[in-house]
Design a protein. Sequence first.
Length: 119
Amino acid sequence: MPKKKIIEKQILDKLEVKPGMVVRVHQKIKDITAKGEEKERIQVYEGLVIARKHGHEQGSTITVRKIREGIGVEKIFPLNSPLIDKIELVDQKAVRRAKLYYTRDYKKRLRSTSEKKAK
């Protein structure tokens, strides 16, 4: 029974990630050096959350999109993976949809919620 509570706590820690947020995901990466030794480092991936799938389940994921050298790059992160070190909130955009797939072809930028409140 205690093991279930630990899993639920891990889920609750990362529940606040919603579409429209600009997040920084810190992911643990294992590299193999030239000598064959394993090194672990943290890679940071920053982008807009365009989708969250499977709600509050154990296998919930987020899709993060960023523009790299003029090309859109998307990466799917499982929220409860031990490889995800932490998720930082950078900005919150004003959105009205649960899935932001339209941003793939959308030429305009989304506004921040602070910009929307100012108007």
